[in-house]
Ligand binder design. Structure first.
Ligand SMILES: Nc1ncnc2c1ncn2[C@@H]1O[C@H](COP(=O)(O)OP(=O)(O)OP(=O)(O)O)[C@@H](O)[C@H]1O
Ligand SMILES: [Mg+2]
Length: 238
């Protein structure tokens, strides 16, 4: 028999600030416009503030706010929230917390069980350590989800995009495609930059997001990126 899993995708970026959160939220909105029950996840977040006795992270709040109602518990959406706005491995160490793969898998499965699509936002870029022995890619492999890379279009992004795509492949993960996000309107020759990356990457350019769009307007533009995610829902035999 063929097992059908809840479709899911991991959103990585060329770097911190590439636009992962905005694009994850736009994908959540786009999916809801397709009548899907879409929920987001931010497994690890650093840089948070105390509110009403709990640590709250802005990315996790945005993902929470753009997920389909009834929105899952924050503890499932964002199992690891650290106060310091630093690399997760350091933030976890300073907080005396060990980031555990099993806990993130359990939260992901609980979200997937109640949803028709899960969008998982990574932290920073691709090569992010969670501990001395665990990298972010171990989570992606454990969740067995494909990857979409958000390329923040700015000086240096060709190098970041090509290196990240190589690393994703070398880590045994599947890159479905990439999204060009025009985060910096001052980027010189941005059309040529996007064309250069498109010519080198060998995976589809799924969407090109103009500068300055609201998440609401981004949703229509990133909608085609849902197609390869939904097409990959058949997981194999059981
Ligand atoms: N297309 C765009 N046009 C203008 N501003 C944008 C665009 N995309 C993202 N931004 C802005 O860039 C900043 C970084 O975006 P975002 O938080 O989505 O990045 P990120 O990759 O999730 O960052 P982090 O590594 O902190 O998780 C935000 O202030 C966001 O509003
Ligand atoms: Mg983010």
């Amino acid at each position: 028999m063929t097992a059908v899993r809840t479709p899911a995708v991991f959103i990585t970026g060329t770097d911190t600030g590439a636009g992962k959160t905005r694009i994850s939220c736009a994908l959540l909105l786009a999916a809801q416009r397709r009548s899907l029950r879409a929920v987001g996840m931010k497994p690890v977040a650093s840089g948070s503030t105390w509110q009403a006795g709990a640590l709250r992270n802005e990315d996790a709040d945005l993902i929470h706010a753009h997920s389909s109602p009834p929105v899952p518990a924050r503890a499932l959406i964002n199992p690891y929230t650290f106060e310091e706005p630093i690399a997760p491995q350091l933030a976890a160490r300073h907080a005396g917390v060990e980031i555990e793969l099993g806990r993130m898998q359990t939260c992901f499965q609980a979200l997937a069980d109640e949803a028709s699509l899960v969008i998982v936002e990574g932290v920073g870029g691709w090569a992010v350590p969670f501990s001395d022995t665990m990298m972010q890619m171990h989570l992606v492999r454990a969740l067995d989800v494909p990857v979409i890379m958000v390329v923040g279009i700015r000086l240096g992004c060709i190098n970041h995009a090509l290196l990240s795509a190589r690393a994703i492949a070398a880590d045994g993960c599947r890159l479905l495609g990439w999204i060009a996000n025009r985060i910096d309107p001052e980027t010189a020759c941005s059309d040529e930059v996007i064309a250069s990356i498109a010519g080198q990457l060998g995976v589809p350019l799924l969407a090109e997001v103009p500068h300055g769009l609201s998440v609401d307007r981004m949703a229509a533009i990133v909608d085609p990126a849902l197609d390869p995610v939904l097409a990959g829902a058949v997981a194999g035999s059981s």
